[in-house]
Design a protein around this ligand. Structure first.
Ligand code: AGP
Length: 623
């Protein structure tokens, strides 16, 4: 969603802001802007609607050498994507500029209060309310301060703290005052901010990707913290308490990981990275000696884990699909009852859950607002809460009691691919771990480990389907409806395949358990509605074959994702993609590969912006 960057130091702020905003493009946005403070202490604000290239053109014609500035990519919430609604926003009598991520829920009441005091609004945004509110608090503080104090930086900090104390909702804020021209102020509640530490310079961003290549020393701000950032100093305090000793961490992202490296799109690059990302998820976590998965990050003793009687997996979107895979795996392998809950529903439901229920939040970004809120609600109720997460240091990683990091590397394409397969693998390891604490035998554990070790190579083989899949895409890319059908472990694969297609190609696609299709969706079947059957070999194969025949009998074209060596399928399906065989519990990780590729090729053929699909954002930080 929205992105924030900031810079203070000897470089040209504009250059870093532009590069940083480009790196944040993947989060999804519809307008962008920068503010720098020039040598005459005037704000130079540039804005554009649409792609960053528009802003880049403006920066090229209005360059500013200032060493301090903030920038923003906006994903519209309050008011359309227009220049006047784009950030940064001026506050008071142009005394300050603000950029903001998040949503201010009480903005309407604050706005009418400020309007009554004479503040003029030029946008429909909640952010402009924050800008004027800080200006108003500053005015009050300066009026009340003793001689000389009005110019001290504490006045600015106190004004910000007073203003944010009145906000309801979420915010990541970056602020520059004309009166303190060497300082960026930042504050967060529920919307991430990180500070990068350089040599006599500091960077600010809403996630770590803009900082890659500039610095590898990073500070993650926590909720209720306020940062005072100057070229040579960084001071962090708590909104209601004093100064906080901050922890400088190492940023372990290589600049190659955020580049395209010859691929046309990040999504394609990330699809092809899966043999390595899966290897990284596995690394150091399989123990042949104990025939189990070693998951130290759970921070729970075997005794505590044995007492767990039920697991709730909560997530959104693609991560929710991986949770469904996890449900099948944990119930089958570990024999633990599992429920999968949409985080957006769980946060407001009140399901009866006993003290032996463990709650797992599953999230690539670690910042999804609904997932974070569900986790907090479960934590508040006293449940053990853990997370499966990709982004180190993210809000959910910080707030959960422990969990499993995916180590899949940065995922930039809006459509999640490698994070999904790593989530499924992490859940398979979890099932093995829980299984081995209960009834799963040493031998069965060893066999699972053997299969898991083969997985990265099997996925590498599955990627060889790319050419066949691109031909199939050419045949069907004009269709306006698709069905995706699968059963058991591959029912979630059908859901995920359909989601991939609709989010990047804007084609209507529905995923169903294959047998459920005859209870309604079969009415959609016609010559122009292809059904994609996910049906690798397994105990349910014959049943899925019957479902396939039912579609064929009604004239619907069938694309089958089947196991190598399956000759029978070639006789009934219109098109077949053969994938390598692997044990059933790992099939979802292999069978999703051709579906990711199918969505990708169809989207490209339809001329869609694969990495930045319309209306979508990489991390959904609003409710
Ligand atoms: C994935 O392709 C989607 N863009 C989306 O459904 C995503 O999975 C969802 O928003 C959850 O994100 P998270 O994993 O970062 O929490």
């Amino acid at each position: 969603m929205c992105g924030i960057v900031g810079y203070v130091g000897p470089r040209s702020a504009q250059e870093f802001l532009l590069e940083g905003l480009r790196r944040l493009e993947y989060r999804g946005y519809d307008s962008a802007g920068t503010a720098t403070l020039d040598q005459n202490y005037e704000f130079r604000i540039l804005k554009s609607v649409g792609r960053i290239s528009g802003l880049a053109a403006q920066i090229a014609t209005h360059p500013c050498r200032a060493g301090i500035g903030i920038g923003h990519t906006r994903w519209a919430t309050h008011g359309a994507a227009t220049i006047s609604n784009a950030h940064p926003h001026l506050g008071g009598d142009d005394q300050l500029v603000v950029v903001h991520n998040g949503v201010i829920e009480n903005y309407a009441e604050l706005k009418s209060r400020l309007q009554k005091k004479g503040y003029q609004f030029v946008s429909e945004t909640d952010t402009e309310v924050v800008a004027h509110l800080i200006a108003d608090c500053l005015k009050a503080h300066q009026r009340a301060s003793r001689q000389g104090e009005a110019h001290e930086i504490e006045t600015a900090i106190d004004s910000i703290k007073e203003a944010i104390g009145q906000l309801r909702g979420t915010y990541g804020l970056a602020i520059i005052f004309r009166q303190w021209p060497e300082t960026i102020f930042a504050a967060r509640l529920g919307s991430p901010l990180v500070v990068g530490i350089g040599d006599n310079e500091h960077f600010l961003a809403s996630d770590a990707s803009p900082l890659v290549g500039y610095t590898d020393r990073i500070v993650y701000l926590a909720d209720h913290q306020v940062a005072v950032i100057q070229a040579n100093s960084l001071e962090i305090s708590h909104r209601d308490r004093g100064i906080i000793e901050h922890d400088v961490q190492e940023l372990a992202i290589d600049s190659r990981e955020v580049e395209l490296n010859g691929f046309d799109h990040y999504m394609l690059k990330e699809i092809f990275e899966q043999p390595e990302s899966l290897q990284n998820t596995l690394r150091g976590r399989l123990s042949e000696d104990d025939a189990t998965a070693v998951l130290g990050g759970l921070n729970l003793t075997p005794h505590q884990l044995r007492r767990i009687k039920r697991i709730v997996l909560t997530a959104c979107g693609t991560s929710w699909h991986s949770a469904l895979v996890g449900e099948y795996l944990l119930e089958e392998i570990a024999q633990i009852p599992v429920e999968v809950e949409y985080a957006s529903e769980l946060r407001y439901r009140n399901p009866p859950m006993d003290e032996n229920t463990l709650v797992f939040a599953i999230t690539q970004s670690g910042e999804t607002a609904d997932t974070l809120a569900a986790l907090r609600e479960m934590k508040r109720k006293g449940h053990l809460t853990l997370a499966i997460c990709n982004v180190v240091g993210s809000s959910i990683a910080q707030e959960s009691g422990g969990g499993v990091y995916l180590h899949a590397g940065p995922e930039i394409g809006v459509a999640s691919t490698k994070a999904y397969t790593s989530q499924c693998l992490a859940l398979a390891m979890l099932a093995l771990h829980f299984g081995r604490l209960r009834h799963l035998s040493y031998n069965a554990g060893r066999k699972m480990i053997e299969q898991m070790r083969q997985l990265p190579e099997t996925v590498r083989q599955a990627l060889k389907t790319n050419e066949v899949v691109s031909q199939i895409a050419r045949k069907y890319h004009d269709c306006n409806n698709f069905l995706y059908l699968g059963r058991h472990f591959n029912f979630p694969t059908a859901l995920e395949g359909a989601l991939k297609l609709k989010e990047i190609s804007y084609i209507h696609a529905e995923g169903y358990p294959a047998a459920e299709m005859k209870h309604g969706p079969i009415a959609l079947v016609d010559r122009n509605t292809p059904s994609v059957f996910v049906m690798p070999k397994g105990f349910i194969y014959d049943k899925v074959m019957s479902n396939l025949e039912e579609i064929k009998a009604r004239g619907g074209p069938v694309i089958a994702i089947a196991a190598e060596g399956d000759e029978r399928i070639a006789e009934v399906a219109d098109d077949v993609v053969y994938i390598p065989q692997i044990h059933e519990f790992l099939q979802p990780i292999v069978s999703i590969i051709p579906l990711q590729l199918l969505a990708y090729h169809i989207a490209v053929l339809r001329g869609c912006d694969v990495d930045k699909p319309r209306n979508l954002a990489k991390s959904v930080t609003v409710e």
